[in-house]
Structures are given as C-alpha cells and as structure tokens.
Write a protein of this length. Structure first.
Length: 173
C-alpha cells in the first residue's frame, strides 16, 4: 500500500537539477544600497515643549519644532513654533510656521502665520500667508513678502507700513 518514493529522499532531485540556479543567487547578491532604500525613514522628533513654569532669558534656535507655554525673553528661531495660551514672548520670532495662541511683544517673521482668537501680538508681522481669527488682538504693521525669513525688504510687494489692525477690523478664518 505504501511505497517509498524518491520525492522524500535527501539529496538533489531530478526536477531541481533541470532548473537553473540563477534566480536563487540573484536575490542573494543584491547590493546593500537596495536594502537601505527599502528601510523606513527615521521618524520626525517630537516638538520641544517649554512648560508654563519655565522662564528663559536668551535666544533659542533649532531646525525642529518648539511649543512654548512659559516665558521667553529673547529671540526664537524654529521650523514650527507654537505659542501656547499661557506663553509670553518678548523678542523676535522667526519660523516657517508660526501658530500664536498667547502673547508676543516683538516682530514675527514666518512663511505661515496664524493668530488664534486668544492671540495678543504687539509688533510687526512679516509673512507670506497670514490668518487671523476673530477675537485676536494685534497692534503693529503687516507686510507680505515672498521670503519673510530672509530679513530683506521686498519693496515692490507691499507698502512698508500698513495701519494697525485688530481682529474686529480684519475678518479672516
């Protein structure tokens, strides 16, 4: 009833001998660069958070993200800067993306600047795009520039000084 067959015997099989070995060795000889390109990218680090009880005197500079809940007396430069409702900044703020929920006394430079309804800004805002929610308080001038982070003036884009505005004067978002 049962008979021993050559299928289960160790050693090379007749079917394997007929197949070329090239496909098996091709996968084993892939360069290391192909393997590296298949690995997942590094995760972006979390934002640095400065808590509400923290008071900093001095400048902050990072290529990453910062969330400020405390007080900073100095300039801040970051990729994404979020000013919390309890935060107060006295100095210049420069970032690709600035979200203001708290108070800033000083100039704001950003590609995207957003003032929430709880924002209080006393100073000039130089931006590429801006959004001001109803209820935000702003005293200063607003100037649009194609490259607001450079610090160079684009005299052809906007007047050097615009009248002061508050959210009750400006309806956006």
């Amino acid at each position: 009833m049962f008979s021993k067959s050559k299928i289960n015997e160790p050693g090379p099989k007749a079917a394997d001998a007929a197949r070329p070995a090239a496909p098996e060795t091709a996968s084993a000889t892939k360069p290391a660069a192909d393997f590296k390109s298949q690995t997942a990218p590094k995760p972006k680090p979390a934002a640095s958070v400065l808590s509400a009880d923290l008071h900093i005197t001095g400048n902050l500079k990072t290529t990453g993200d910062i969330q400020v809940e405390g007080t900073v007396e100095g300039d801040i430069r970051a990729h994404l800067l979020t000013i919390g409702e309890t935060a107060t900044i006295k100095g210049e703020v420069i970032a690709d993306d600035v979200v203001i929920n708290g108070r800033i006394v000083g100039r704001v430079r950003g590609l995207k600047v957003r003032l929430s309804s709880t924002a209080r800004v006393e100073g000039d805002i130089i931006h590429k795009t801006i959004a001001i929610e109803s209820g935000a308080h702003f005293e200063g001038s607003v100037q649009r520039q194609d490259d607001p982070l450079s610090g160079k003036s684009n005299k052809g884009n906007a007047p050097a000084s615009a009248p002061a505005a508050t959210a009750s004067d400006t309806q956006a978002g």
